[in-house]
Ligand binder design. Structure first.
Ligand code: GDP
Ligand code: MG
Length: 695
């Protein structure tokens, strides 16, 4: 070793590179390949951890390479980890080169996520590529690099293959100072808290040299070193730590687990998903039971059938278990209506309370058991980790329509209710994907539309086909969502597909508390809707359907008194547009009411057909009234079901779309497109059916 080769203090043409990696990843081998014999061994200040440095000249530039201690992570649990972490934070190397054993990708990439979180310029050296090949596997380096947002270079350290490329990419990244382009997403629950704390830290000025997001994550992990730094160096640090402590306590109560473990889980899920996307491995002894389950659940031949089976089972269960309590509630509201009717003198007030409020809100609340069961099933699927698998399984199919598997989860939730479905799109990273998903989510037939189908299919189709008819409407919705998503992705939301990681977190036993909480949050939103939007809509519809009353003795030319009311006049006004669909003004009234919420459609039909409280249940009387109406036949009923499926789900969902998309233009567009599409599809069904001699 000559004196001139000794590491010198950095100047403008000097670049400091820190080599990091798990033990035995080939870090020292790569270090030697880069620096040759020009090495210097010392200790990190104050500790007995060996510090090896070396240099390499490339043209005018001198590269100072520092071999960091081998670590698996960057927590503060071992001396090696603290040394490696502090070197990166305090000495600010121009680039971290992370040496990864590519034949052991999952385990090694954990450390990569740590550098991504720190936000330092990072290059991944995918070493041991020869081992990957000799085991009959492969790694899609390009895709992995895009998924994690850091440059990657494949190498074989002991044969010095790929080292010149590695040097070139490292120098380039160092000069540009380019930071990792992705962050590990922590999922809806944790992510909200990470952001909350990040904002607090940001507002307090942050910690020097590191991303506030990283500080937030470390604080949630209760990292001693970072706590100390925050207490010492951040304005109002103590108060901040107290707030973090409260958030952490709340979080741990909700997830029923240690925050640090939960965060690590999401990281592993992120890596697991990325690896599943980029690697092929020769069949080889799997160890982890989570992986063993996945080898079946997400496998090519079985993944989709298992998924379909689970979905069928879920819907079956929800509707079967939900049916009896629904009947009880229906009876209870009927009883309540009669009691109130008996108490109040007949007249406008009685009619408002009994028909308007109890009838309208009751029509919504009777679906609460089914909605709760559906949300319970969804919460179980989410909390156990299967939902991510479902997204993974359908990812390829979703690519076909220009979306990712992740868009699938909001769509699935859309079968319950469009409002939480639109909110669930928050997990999508690309804005285009998110908007596309929000625009087609309303086509997933929500729970509120089901009563309309049940009524119409029950009235106009034989009992043994009614179920299949309803199922075909659900399928029609899915099919239209596929077509519209493709259309949007190639027109108004055109753009390249950005790949991102489909996380595969480990399977977990869902906790009772967490599952119930998730179910309750969503169900409560539904109940709240009944108490607010639908209450108002019911009262408005009641008023429109009741006034003005025809003057006594007026000649109604054989028409029902309802034709005289505001609602009747609105129905008549839009009748010309409905005629080609085989519908008339009476149905028109219900469709207008349905703009507020689909729950009101059936109730409005009942009022329009003047179903009185009789001995038999309201539904049966309405069925008979519809069957007696000459305009209806199975074909018209089907066209009407399609219309109800497709047009605007409800006011609440449009309000949420406005908020989530950030502009009123998106809900406005959705209203126009869904009504046009509904009209067109119903027209095709009715006229097409007629031409074929149906109906
Ligand atoms: P460190 O613990 O990360 O510093 O790892 P070392 O550099 O000491 O390497 C561990 C072992 O892996 C040594 O026997 C190296 O020769 C070997 N090795 C390093 N890189 C490669 C490679 O790309 N392919 C193969 N097959 N072996 C490698
Ligand atoms: Mg070594």
């Amino acid at each position: 070793m000559t004196p001139t080769d000794q590491p010198t203090t950095a100047t403008d043409t000097d670049v400091v590179i820190a080599l990091a990696g798990n033990p035995n990843s080939g870090k020292t081998t790569v270090f030697n390949a880069i620096t040759g014999a020009r090495q210097h061994v010392g200790n990190y200040p104050g500790v007995t951890v060996e510090k090896k440095e070396g240099i390499r000249r490339v043209g005018e530039t001198t590269m100072h390479v520092v071999d960091l201690p081998g670590t698996y992570s960057l927590t503060a649990y071992s001396l090696e980890e603290v040394v490696a972490r502090n070197f990166v934070i305090d000495e600010r190397p121009d680039v971290v080169v992370h040496v990864v054993d590519a034949s052991n990708l999952e385990r090694n990439l954990y450390l990569t996520t740590q550098f991504i979180e720190l936000g330092v310029p990072t290059v991944v050296c995918l070493n041991m590529m020869d081992v990957v090949e000799s085991q009959g596997g492969s790694v899609d380096v390009q895709l992995l690099s895009e998924l994690l947002g850091v440059p990657m270079v494949p190498t074989v350290g002991n044969r010095e293959e790929g080292i010149p490329e590695l040097i070139e990419v490292a120098l380039h990244t160092a000069r540009e100072g380019s930071k990792p382009g992705r962050q590990v997403p922590y999922g809806p629950e944790l992510e909200g808290h990470v952001r909350e704390i990040t904002e607090l830290i940001e507002a307090a000025g942050g910690l020097e040299g590191v991303l506030s997001r990283w500080v937030a994550i470390k604080l949630l992990e209760d990292d001693d070193e970072v706590r100390r730094d925050v207490a010492a160096d951040v304005e109002g640090g103590e108060a901040l730590l107290e707030r973090v402590e409260r958030v952490r306590a709340h979080l741990e109560a909700v997830i029923g687990d240690d925050a640090e473990l939960a965060l690590a889980d999401r990281r592993y899920g992120f890596i697991n998903g990325a690896c599943a996307q980029v690697t092929t491995t020769a069949a080889e002894g799997r160890v982890d039971w989570s992986e063993r389950i996945d080898s079946v659940m997400t496998s090519r031949p079985l993944g989709i059938p298992i998924f379909l089976l689970l979905m069928c089972g879920m819907f079956e269960l929800v509707f079967r278990l939900g049916a009896p309590p629904m009947r009880w509630l229906e009876a209870a509201f009927g009883w309540l209506g009669m009691q109130v009717a008996a108490l109040l003198p007949s007249g406008a007030v009685q009619s408002l309370i009994v028909d308007g409020i109890i009838g309208g809100v009751g029509a919504v609340l009777i679906f609460v058991p089914q909605i709760m069961l559906l949300f319970l099933a969804i919460a179980l699927l989410e909390d156990s980790g299967y939902m991510s698998r479902a997204a993974f399984v359908v990812d390829k199919l979703m690519h076909y329509i220009g979306l990712h598997g992740k868009s699938f989860i909001p769509m699935l939730i859309g079968f319950g209710c469009t409002v939480p479905a639109i909110m669930a799109t928050r997990t999508l990273e690309s804005r285009r994907d998110r908007l596309t998903t929000m625009l087609v989510a309303p086509l997933m037939s929500c729970g509120a539309r089901l009563p309309v189908y049940v009524l119409l299919a029950g009235a106009f189709f034989a009992p043994h086909v009614a179920g299949k008819v309803i199922f075909s409407i659900y399928l029609l919705g899915v099919l239209l969502a596929v077509i519209m998503a493709r259309l949007f992705r190639s027109t108004i939301l055109k753009g390249p597909m950005t790949p991102f990681v489909m996380e595969l977190p480990p399977y977990r036993m869902p906790t009772l508390k967490g599952t119930l909480l998730h179910m309750w949050e969503r169900s409560w939103a539904y109940i709240k809707k009944a108490g607010t939007v639908i209450l108002v809509a019911s009262v408005i519809m009641w008023a429109l359907l009741s006034y003005p009353k025809p003057p006594a003795g007026a000649d109604l030319a054989g028409e029902a008194p309802i034709a005289y009311t505001f609602a009747g006049r609105i129905g008549k006004a839009i009748e010309p547009a409905l005629r080609p669909l085989g519908l008339d003004w009476k149905v028109g009234i219900s469709l207008v009411a349905g703009l507020a919420a689909k729950e009101v459609v059936v109730a409005t039909l009942a009022t329009t057909y003047s179903i009185e409280e009789t001995e038999e249940s309201g539904t049966r009387a309405l069925t008979r009234a519809l069957q007696a109406d000459a305009i209806f036949d199975p074909l018209v009923a089907y066209a009407l079901m399609a219309f109800v499926l497709i047009y605007v789900p409800c006011v609440a969902s449009m309000a949420v779309l406005w908020r989530e998309a950030g502009s009123w233009k998106w809900p406005a567009f959705t209203i126009v497109y869904t009504i046009s599409l509904a009209w067109l599809v119903s027209l095709l069904i009715y006229q097409g059916g007629r031409a074929l001699g149906l109906g």
